[in-house]
Design a protein around this ligand. Structure first.
Ligand SMILES: [Fe+2]
Ligand SMILES: [Fe+2]
Length: 207
């Protein structure tokens, strides 16, 4: 990694973790009315959106690693487009957490560092595994967003609209990674990834 790349990585990590994210697209929840949520429902929605926000912090780190290591220029462009959509997700989750009166995970620097290390490790193995790791991550995120759509309060249309749009984007991101030659990861690796994200979700639900 040269010095320029190092600076980009450093800049992106600080912005992701400490600065408010800025979306390029309109927030899908913008025109929807705020539901009259009870206190318990509000706390649950907030916790779920914090978990989603952590997922998006990790996505920033992963895509950052991808953009640096991808060798195929077309794949690189497609990954950069996906990364911009991940920034929208980051911003939308963040604004929803604020609307619900919550706060972001205190462990975001740790989540970012962990994902970046994983992404960089996958990058060392070459495009096919790099993209394979990305595709599997996106699929697991999609499954987890589905779970959240079941758990979010039924009347919380704002949170649901954000999660729905994220889900549609993640499905597309996985397809993009496959299109550019993602390898299918070995079953034990997929299981390890699921185990790790389970721990992350439990922790981020509270902290
Ligand atoms: Fe995302
Ligand atoms: Fe994604």
């Amino acid at each position: 990694m040269n010095l320029d790349n190092l600076i980009v990585v450093f800049d992106n990590s600080l912005r992701t973790v400490f600065a408010p994210a800025r979306a390029a697209r309109v927030n899908p929840a913008a025109d929807l009315p705020e539901a009259g949520l009870g206190e318990a429902e509000k706390r649950e929605a907030e916790a779920l959106m914090r978990v989603n926000h952590v997922g998006e912090v990790c996505a920033q780190a992963l895509y950052q690693g991808q953009a640096l290591t991808a060798r195929n220029p077309e794949a690189k462009l497609a990954l950069e487009q996906a990364a911009r959509e991940e920034t929208d997700h980051l911003a939308w989750c963040e604004s929803r957490i604020h609307e619900l009166g919550g706060r972001k995970s205190l462990l975001n620097p740790l989540w970012y560092a962990g994902s970046f290390a994983l992404g960089a490790a996958a990058g060392v193995l070459g495009d096919k595994w790099n993209l394979g790791f990305l595709a599997e991550t996106e699929r697991q995120v999609e499954a987890h967003l589905d779970e959240h759509l079941r758990q979010l309060p039924e009347q919380d249309a704002k949170s649901r609209a954000i999660v729905e749009q994220m889900k549609a984007d993640e499905i597309r991101h996985a397809q993009t990674a496959v299109h550019y030659g993602a390898a299918e990861l070995p079953v034990p690796v997929k299981a390890a990834m699921r185990g790790m994200s389970m721990i992350m979700k439990r922790v981020a639900h509270r902290i």
